[in-house]
Design a binder for this molecule. Sequence first.
Ligand code: GLY
Length: 391
Amino acid sequence: MKLKIKIALVSVLFVSTVKAQKTDVAKAFSSAAKQTDLLVKNVDSARKVKPNLVSPRTVENGQFKMVISKDWTSGFFPAELWYFYQYTKDKKWLNLAKKYTEDIKKEQFNRGTHDLGFMIYCPFGNGYKMTKDTAYRSVIIQAAKSLSTRFNKTAGVLKSWDHNGDKWKYPVIIDNMMNLELLFEATKFTGDSSFYKIATAHADNTIKNHFRPDFSSYHVIDYDTAQNGHILQKITAQGYANESAWARGQAWALYGYTMCFRETKNKLYLAQADGIANFILSSKITPADGIPYWDYNDPQIPNVSRDASAAAITASALYELAGYSKEGKKYKAAADKILYSLSTKYTSKPGANYGFILEHSTGHRPAKSEVDVPINYADYYFLEALLRSKK
Ligand code: GLY
């Protein structure tokens, strides 16, 4: 065979291999559904013993861990059930989604956390989109009212945490960006622009204060609300060091500003999302499969855990951002690669991990908690990325 023909053949083969790296969404959903059938059984068994436990969170040291409704991750399990219903249109998932969503309802009145977006908007927002049940809309509005009580006009941001008052005064974490979607939705439902104004003030001040010149984000910014809202400290709680880039924090930032652009069409948010995407995608530290280590700056890399949850959040965000940005093709290709890796190398073996879908996430490594484990928010954003990959 002539050399030119050989090269042409190799190129065709290479291209087809690259094309073959596309995730088989139907197969991924079908495997995920089988796992989730098992997860539901395990949830029901655990609740027979302790009825106040509502949602599965993780598996640690071989133990199945459930949480009460005020845990920040309580909404992901019912929200996953809504995604199964969205994909399959099977009433079985509708009934399960409705049943487990009810268990989180009382958190609409919770004023003690910024996480109401995760806890309430993920299940009730998806529930409302799929059923138009006005009862779900009321829960979202009440939750937005509760979250709004955490806004401080002097600093112009929502307070994230009430705990560990000895470590900080008015902590705002980058994760908080995710909870703004609840506020945007409440303005759409009510016509009351105060929710929207709080969300955009928080997003604007987070751009000013949370980011380094390379668009990587600090985890925690501590504000002094007693004086003029100036910054007391820029630190980490879940990352490797104050000046490091904690992987999930970067993913929350990317998703948060992509969502803020969708809701406002403010080009500043699009530019921020593009900058964060560039930080994540140009990393020379992240291995070729696109799944980041838990922190970009851990000196023990490569001998540290990855964070599949950060990868799943990033993939989902990139699919959306691809529709807004000039870099759309690049983002879609990167999201495809991450999704393919997750669905082929990071899924639980059938019947393993009590029914969680993915493994290899890192929750809180400095606290030696949830290191290299399955975790509910990784599964939720993985399903969302699968759905978005089809659009
Ligand atoms: N929002 C908490 C976390 O990402 O671990």
